[in-house]
Design a protein around this ligand. Structure first.
Ligand code: PLP
Length: 386
């Protein structure tokens, strides 16, 4: 991805040019699955803002963005304005909203790139107003209220003041408040009363904005789970991220996972019972078995916490990962049957050929798919299929 400013240095510098060749683990991104998920979600939502934060949940933000825009999404959502600038650098012209920035973020660059900004406080509003005055560009804002998570968005006690300040800036022509947004804390549990309380608070917040003279045309509250399970939360727009890449935190529909991670067998050996495998000798063989070495580990995003539970698919069979997951390598036991160097193991995929899924890995590690997918390493060789 192109860095928007010359002095921006990514924390993990990539190679100057992509390293060609199939050797090593491969991560295949199935944009057809993203397209199918987008159609399903766009069908459920009034309008769809596709959330492509954290590099499109690890799937490649620009690739996911182009796919979802072709399938019915009308806008993109990101966390940092830097992520928004990267989308612009990739040539994406659709509306982009960025909702989490410190007050000293480069709002000038954001306005020059026509990014919309969420505003959670008076301090943020002042910084954006200053940038609007500097650039001569009217800022398109979404006022952001907390409706019961005590996380992001304005505290309810500060909301009226924020709305009135925004209305004054709107009358001066510096900003246009196009939206009011909030986020649900318990939507993954359909029927949770926490969502009823958030809905009440959100409606009241919109009322306060109108009373201050604002006319926000985009009221948005729902993310993936609420879009799938609770039409009361839909308002004018849904901000959907996880669902696009095949994660349904509400557990109510079948979406298509879009990633397949494979790794070649580097070496094989046959060992008797009583052999200790890997760091700390965490595993000791109980019988004669064949072991294979795969060249990926927690440095590539495989959670070390999946030790003792994880499996891969090799030669059509599920085989356990044995011993500790190392930074760069794992050992898999194939039992009586030897594998051969050059065979390919499926670490996870959509699950339709017997391979584990990312959801399986997340469960083995005691986490959620979101964390697994956004933590996949840059070292993996990525290929994109349409
Ligand atoms: C991440 C995020 C979303 C998307 O949530 P999903 O559950 O992944 O669809 C929506 N809104 C906000 C504010 C977010 O941070």
């Amino acid at each position: 991805m192109t860095a928007p400013t010359a002095r921006t240095v990514s924390p993990v510098p990539g190679p100057a040019a992509p390293v060609p060749g199939p050797a090593g683990p491969r991560l295949r991104i199935d944009l057809g699955a993203v397209a199918a998920n987008t159609r399903l979600l766009a069908d459920r939502a009034v309008a769809l803002m596709a959330v492509v934060k954290a590099d499109g949940f690890g799937h490649g933000a620009a690739d996911v963005a182009r796919t979802v825009l072709a399938e019915g999404a009308t806008a993109l959502g990101v966390t940092t304005l830097h992520e928004g600038l990267e989308l612009r650098a990739a040539g994406i012209a659709a509306p982009v909203l960025s909702w989490l920035n410190p007050v000293d973020a480069d709002f000038t660059a954001a306005l020059r790139a026509r990014l919309q900004l969420a505003v959670p406080s008076r301090e943020h509003l002042d910084a954006v107003i200053a940038a609007a005055a500097r650039t001569g560009r009217r800022a398109q804002l979404h006022l952001h209220i907390d409706t019961g998570m005590a996380r992001d968005g304005a505290a309810p006690a500060r909301w009226q003041e924020l709305c009135r300040s925004a209305a004054r800036a709107e009358r001066r022509g510096l900003v246009e408040v196009v939206g009011v947004m909030s986020h649900l804390g318990c939507a993954d549990t359909p029927g949770d009363p926490c969502t009823d309380a958030a809905l009440t608070a959100f409606r009241a917040a919109v009322g306060t904005a109108r009373a201050a003279g604002l006319r926000p045309r985009l009221r948005h509250l729902a993310a993936t789970s609420a879009t799938l399970t609770d039409p009361r939360t839909h308002f004018d727009l849904s901000r959907v991220g996880a669902g696009l890449v095949g994660i349904d935190p509400s557990g109510t529909v079948r979406l298509r996972p879009a990633l397949t991670l494979t790794a070649p067998v580097v070496s094989v050996r046959e060992v008797p019972a009583g052999v200790h495998v890997g760091y700390g000798h965490a595993c000791t063989t109980t019988r004669r078995t064949h072991l294979v070495l795969l060249p990926l580990g927690y440095g590539d995003g495989l959670p070390r916490a999946a030790n003792g539970r994880a499996e891969v698919l090799l030669q059509g069979r599920r085989c356990p990962v044995v011993g500790r997951i190392s930074m760069d390598q794992i050992v898999v036991s194939t039992g009586d049957r030897p594998a051969a160097p050059g065979d390919t193991a499926v670490v996870f995929g959509p699950g339709d050929r017997g391979e584990p899924t990312a959801a399986d890995w997340a469960r083995w590690a005691g986490t959620i798919e979101h964390e697994l997918l956004t933590g996949l390493g840059r070292r993996l060789h990525r290929t994109v299929s349409p």
